[in-house]
Design a protein around this ligand. Structure first.
Ligand code: GTB
Length: 215
């Protein structure tokens, strides 16, 4: 069964692959699963047809037969769980890879999202100039711990896994910020060099350039 995912009809990131259909596309490419894409506008996302799929009126969603999912992390996990290639066969290694998925989304990403809100939404507040350095300090602390744990390894736990896919996706939000140290920049570059990442990136970029086939 070919799943259908949803993505922005017009992504505010202008093709940088920062919207959350990107990890889903990347996971599908890693496991070799063909997929269709239904592009939705900001208006479509708030209509009842989409709200039945996504209670918060967002992208991405994932539909395959009777199954409809939302939350990019849950969708990536579902793909990784159903196909070979993104989670190790060994039960303990698999549990560690899943732990890294959670760490990416619930420990590393929150201060990064705080910074985006501070920069994009709160930049006209009187307290913005005081708050931003505090948020960036929290990011630096997390990233320093992460970089230390990664050390000189290629991936977080032996072979590339859904944990790395999720972590690289989160860290990509900081590209150009100056907050990624050389070790983490190289880690992100290794993720982006994977053929599956490149295919996913090209597919979402094609939406921006108007050359994407849609499902
Ligand atoms: N926790 C959910 C998940 O992981 O699936 C969050 C989903 C989410 O935030 N979706 C966003 C959305 O639909 C798009 S990805 N927003 C519309 C709305 O809420 O009305 C977030 C995003 C948007 C834009 C950029 N960008 O321009 O760089 C990056 C990321």
């Amino acid at each position: 069964m070919v799943p259908t995912i949803t993505a922005f009809e017009t992504s505010p990131d202008r093709g940088q692959g920062l919207a959350r259909d990107m990890p889903v596309r990347w996971a599908l490419e890693e496991v070799g699963q063909r997929y269709d894409v239904r592009l939705v506008s900001f208006r479509d996302m708030k209509q009842s047809a989409h709200l039945r799929l996504h209670p918060f009126g967002q992208i991405p969603t994932y539909e395959a037969g009777d199954l409809a999912l939302f939350e990019s992390g849950a969708i990536v996990f579902h793909i990784a769980d159903r196909h070979a290639g993104l989670l190790p066969g060994d039960a303990s290694a698999r549990a560690r890879a899943i732990t890294w998925m959670f760490a990416a989304l619930s420990t590393v990403e929150p201060p990064i999202l705080d910074r985006e809100i501070a920069t994009l939404v709160e930049n006209d507040k009187t307290w913005h100039a005081e708050r931003l350095p505090l948020v960036e300090d929290r990011i630096r602390a997390r990233l320093s711990e992460l970089s230390h744990r990664l050390g000189d390894a290629d991936w977080l736990d032996d072979a590339f896994s859904a944990g790395d896919l999720q972590m690289v996706t989160v860290l990509r939000r900081l590209k150009g910020s100056g907050l990624l140290d050389p070790n983490l920049s190289a880690y992100v570059a290794r993720g982006e060099a994977r053929p599956a990442f490149k295919r996913a990136f090209a597919a979402q970029l094609a939406v921006f350039t108007g050359k994407a086939p849609t499902g």
